[in-house]
Design a protein around this ligand. Structure first.
Ligand code: 5RP
Length: 264
């Protein structure tokens, strides 16, 4: 692996622990101003210092993130359909030149295995990896799940393995029963997406399970920014991912930071 690729990867997956806490705030690329991200700037500004990497589109990065910060960026570079259309009808929307100009440490796109345009999204991943290899840019592939698809180890294992076979450097997928089987079949680091908002303790339990079963971290959105205590929640997740905290210890971090007076 060359220096550029390794160096960029180390800004996403932290060498000290081999893990990452990515904050996913790209949802608007097909959902528009979704709950928690309507005023994206005010939601994410206090969270950015607590994330290892921000997963975001170029539009929101340019307009809503202060450039002077230490958190790396992984740029969402696919899109096309809105929530009203056929979601698998995605293409690459953002060039590699733009990703480099924006100082990205990685680029990410979705593949839609089992959906109407599965073949096109997988070939797009191949093309993105070909281009990314030229510039030492890591590619994160997301195993997007269509409305009718089961989120089980067989399906997510299939999609994750295909992403790795095509050349993704990191795979983002969902948690499921027997998650360790998904990890076993995928030789590149897996980060867990959080999915729909759930009670904080459950989200921490899911994070704990994923890390115990071999995940290299999380790329989580709604369970952080839709929480009643987003900063407490991201710090609780950090404790599980980077410090091996138990669910009780992490929940305590989430709860106790609610009681602290706001900084002036
Ligand atoms: C949307 C995405 C999101 O980044 C991913 O789903 C993580 O966010 P959440 O934890 O809210 O599921 O790729 O397509």
């Amino acid at each position: 692996m060359d220096f550029g690729l390794k160096n960029r990867l180390s800004r996403i997956i932290k060498p000290a622990t081999g893990k990452t806490v990515m904050l996913a705030v790209d949802h608007g690329y097909f959902q528009g101003p979704t709950t928690g991200l309507r005023d994206i700037r005010s939601t994410i500004t206090p969270l950015i210092p607590h994330a290892d990497c921000l997963f975001i589109t170029r539009g929101m990065l340019r307009n809503c993130v202060e450039p002077a910060n230490d958190t790396s960026v992984c740029l969402r570079v696919s899109g096309g359909p809105s929530i009203l259309g056929e979601l698998s009808n995605e293409d690459i929307t953002t060039s590699m030149e733009e990703a480099i100009r924006l100082d990205s440490s990685g680029v990410g796109m979705s593949i839609f295995v089992g959906a109407p345009n599965e073949d096109r999204t997988i070939s797009n991943l191949g093309r993105l990896v070909n281009e990314a290899q030229r510039y030492g840019m890591p590619v994160l592939a997301i195993t997007a799940v269509g409305k009718d698809m089961a989120r089980d180890a067989r399906y997510l294992g299939l999609a994750s393995r295909i992403a790795a076979e095509i050349g993704a450097h990191i795979v983002k997928t969902y948690y499921c029963e027997d998650f360790y089987k998904v990890v076993e079949g995928c030789p590149v680091p897996i980060v867990m997406a959080g999915g729909k908002k759930m009670p904080e303790r459950e989200a921490l339990q899911m994070t704990f399970n994923a890390i115990s079963e071999g995940a290299s971290g999380v790329d989580m959105g709604r369970n952080i920014f839709q929480s009643d205590n987003p900063v407490g929640m991201i710090n609780a997740i950090r404790a599980v991912v980077h410090n091996g905290a138990s669910v009780d210890e992490a929940f305590d971090i989430y709860e106790s930071s609610k009681k602290q007076p706001a900084e002036i």
